[in-house]
Write a protein that binds this ligand. Structure first.
Ligand SMILES: [Mg+2]
Length: 311
């Protein structure tokens, strides 16, 4: 008897689970009626079921009420890049390499006569601060940026990118100033200043931490610094940290522009590695960040150069 109850409960549970995932079309059903009854929009139903004609459904048709490929599935793709970012010696070596090159350039500039105070402009996230635990936290969940981002910033738990604190203190020690031009918003400015200060970064103050204004374009903020200072170099993990020419450019245009500016890399512009996120990813989606996880997965795979072994 007990066994029978357990079996019946399992069947009931499975049926309930299945009925929340699928719907079998009945006589007189329309897509808008099904959508409404299940708290969905017609567009969502069309998308989940790849329907070509939303007016064409038939009795007995099995419709998905949840997407087949979700954000949680897409988040699995973060595993390798975050593993590399957090665990590889290569990542640390690249970071030291970036700040060592920065010091060489800075030292060269120190030999020249300058009328204005020297300044180094750095981006914050994934340039001087490591936020990868925040990104890793999305794995296994349906969450994506910006969910939890404010809370992460307020927790002040970001760590320093290897070599950053030492180099920027060297700039300060030799009479230069550091400007942090970040697209973190005003509401987390104090938390960002605190986090930088805790880690020993110089110039972690109101005047030198320039958060996002009305625009995410960093050019006006760069110009502001350029008015009074001699900008020796710029450091960032995103092409937009160096020039606004890269804004909203396609994958091909970005590559062509990088080639065109090839003299700048490692001489005036220093790039830090970020395989986790960035405008390089936006370019893959033509900056259509609202694509569904399934569409993003498709766009990503379409951009892979592939060679397949065939027997
Ligand atoms: Mg950044």
């Amino acid at each position: 008897m007990k066994k029978l109850i357990v079996v019946l409960l399992v069947i009931l549970f499975a049926t309930l689970l299945l009925s929340t995932e699928f719907y079998i079309v009945k006589e007189g059903d329309t897509l808008s009626k099904i959508a409404k009854e299940n708290g969905l929009t017609v567009e969502e139903l069309v998308q989940y079921n790849n329907l070509e004609n939303p007016d064409l459904i038939f009795v007995g048709q099995k419709l998905r009420l949840t997407p087949k490929y979700t954000q949680k599935d897409l988040n699995e793709q973060l595993v390798m890049s975050i593993l590399w970012y957090q665990n590889s010696g290569e990542m640390r070596a690249l970071a030291y390499q970036a700040f060592n090159v920065a010091k060489l350039i800075y030292d060269m500039d120190l030999k020249e006569e300058a009328t204005q105070t020297r300044a180094v402009i750095v981006d914050v996230d994934e340039t001087v601060l490591n936020n990868s635990p925040y990104d890793a936290g999305h794995i296994g969940t349906e969450h994506a940026y910006p969910v939890g981002w404010t809370e992460w910033c307020e927790a002040r738990l970001a760590t320093a990118i290897p070599g950053a604190v030492e180099f920027l203190n060297y700039v300060a020690k030799t009479g230069g100033e550091v400007f942090y031009i970040t697209n973190r918003k005003e509401n987390v400015k104090q938390a960002t200043i605190d986090n930088l200060k805790m880690l020993g970064f110089p110039f972690a103050d109101e005047e030198h931490v320039l958060t996002r204004t009305t625009t995410s374009d960093k050019e006006p903020r760069r110009q502001m610094v350029a008015k009074k200072y001699r900008i020796v170099l710029l450091m960032g993990d995103n092409l937009n940290d160096f020039s606004s020419l890269f804004a909203k450019k396609s994958v091909e245009e970005r590559a062509a522009l990088v080639d065109k500016m090839k003299e700048m890399w490692g001489t005036k512009f220093i790039v830090l590695p970020n395989p986790i996120y960035g405008d390089w990813e936006g370019a893959i989606y033509n900056y259509n960040w609202g694509l569904s996880p399934e569409e993003k997965d498709k766009a990503r795979k379409e951009h892979l150069f592939m060679w397949k072994y065939e027997q």
